[in-house]
Design a protein around this ligand. Structure first.
Ligand SMILES: [Zn+2]
Length: 438
């Protein structure tokens, strides 16, 4: 029987099935065989040789905006996301003003609503005033709290952990013990002054204060010992593409390679790569951290840390899959299914009736070079990734019934017409879906 749909997406799914995905009211309504009638609904046919999967989910990005819009704003950052096949982002709270009070959160929400091209949510910062804890934690845009190194030394942390635990929210730890990175002086390289031990100790410190039942996620883990430590406490972890590809010798190439935690020695990078190839990490997140090209041209001691990555993370993962380091299925596991589960983004990272219609079309064989064959929508440009040769590229992003990106070109009008992007909560409630990949 013919089904009315807002859009029918036809192609080969990541599990190998040929199928037609019927999209209605922003969600996947049904998945049928390739011969199912579209009932006159518009049809998008994925190009030959491509696969269709749930859009990528990036739970650690810095869209900047507000007073840092000169570095990046919610439009340029999410254009980079769309070009990278990312359908939902979770924005970090170290903005100006920081997302630690209701006023700042209201400003951020307005910016995201007005400018974002993809779906979004945020992590709130640990407030300095305990009256804000419950307000922030209950806000529908907030998935949980981000704990920065300095927060480990604030008295309010304990109350924040208790509130998160009580409301079932997640806390995300930037694992660097401030007492072990305080000796970082001008002229010393990151690898010397931000040691792996700082990462491990920060995890122990948080674990010693965590209340039972608290969900802790440790982000941008860069050394295997920290991975083991986090896992031993039952915490989930993510790693970044840059900690898997670059190493501490790259720091000599200038500020583009300055990042916190710093790039690690080659043997630790190899051990981290082995860990991901064995499936010992939960997620990959870009930690997209844009700064202006001028800021990143300063001498290493003066320039700000951070590497842009939203447009490139999927390309890097697909390249690792092409090289046999991870499987193609795990590209979606690490960068779609698991992050959606870990961050509590219900209805994302899945491909079944009831899920958000957030789909990515990937050509696993399309080759290119970052900075040459990419559009580089971020105000930060390709940064450290410039010149990286990849194999595997997101060639379309579908959100709701609109094609937001095709062949690297972001369709701004389509994003607006969709009446999405949306806060995750507005659509997320009641979304149900079973994942295709486990
Ligand atoms: Zn970050």
């Amino acid at each position: 029987m013919a089904e009315r749909a807002d859009l029918v997406v036809e192609g080969k799914l990541i599990d190998g099935r040929e199928a037609r995905i019927f999209i209605r009211d922003g969600r996947i309504h049904s998945i049928r065989g390739p011969s199912a009638s579209s009932g006159g609904s518009p049809v998008y046919r994925a190009p030959a040789g491509t696969v269709v999967g749930p859009a990528f989910v990036d739970i650690h990005v810095h869209l900047r905006g507000l007073k840092l819009a000169y570095k990046e704003d919610e439009r340029t950052g999410t254009a980079a996301a769309a070009a990278g096949g990312v359908g939902v982002v979770v924005d970090m709270p170290n903005t100006r003003p920081p997302l630690r009070d209701p006023e700042a959160l209201a400003l951020k929400e307005e910016s995201l609503h007005r400018l974002s091209l993809v779906d979004y949510a945020v992590w709130a910062g640990i407030p300095r005033d305990s009256r804000y804890l419950a307000v922030l934690a209950r806000h529908p845009l907030v998935l949980g709290f981000k704990i920065y190194p300095d927060d480990l030394e604030t008295p309010i942390l304990q109350a924040a952990l208790a509130e998160a635990s009580r409301l079932g929210k997640i806390v995300v730890l930037h694992p660097e013990d401030p007492s072990l990175i305080s000796e970082c002086r001008l002229g010393r390289r990151g690898v010397e002054c931000r040691p792996p031990r700082a990462e491990v100790e920060a995890i122990h410190r948080l674990a010693s204060r965590a209340t039972p039942g608290l969900r802790v996620h440790v982000t941008h883990v860069s050394v295997p010992k920290a991975l083991e430590t986090a896992t031993s406490y039952g915490f989930t972890v993510d790693v970044t593409p840059h900690h898997l590809v670059f190493n501490s010798e790259d720091e000599a190439r200038g500020c583009k390679f300055k990042v916190n935690p710093p790039l690690r020695p080659r043997e630790l990078v190899e051990a981290l790569t082995t860990a991901i190839s064995r499936g010992l990490v939960d997620c990959v997140a870009s930690d997209h951290a844009p700064h202006t090209v001028e800021e990143k041209s300063l001498p290493s001691e003066e320039c700000p840390p951070g590497i842009p990555g939203l447009e490139y993370a999927a390309r890097v993962l697909l390249t690792l899959a092409h090289r046999g380091i991870i499987s193609y299925a795990s590209v979606w596991r690490f960068y779609s299914t698991r992050p959606a589960i870990v961050a509590g983004l219900e209805g994302y990272g899945c491909l079944s009736p009831g899920c958000r219609a957030a789909l990515v079309v990937v050509d696993p064989d399309r080759e290119g070079v970052i900075g040459r064959t990419t559009r580089d929508y971020s105000k930060a440009g390709p940064g450290a990734w410039e010149g990286y040769g990849y194999r595997g590229e997101p060639v379309a992003l579908i959100l709701g019934s609109e094609i937001i990106m095709e062949n690297g070109e972001v369709h701004y009008d389509a994003a607006w017409k969709e009446a999405m992007p949306t806060t995750v909560s507005r659509l997320g409630r009641g979304l149900q879906g079973r994942s295709l990949v486990s």
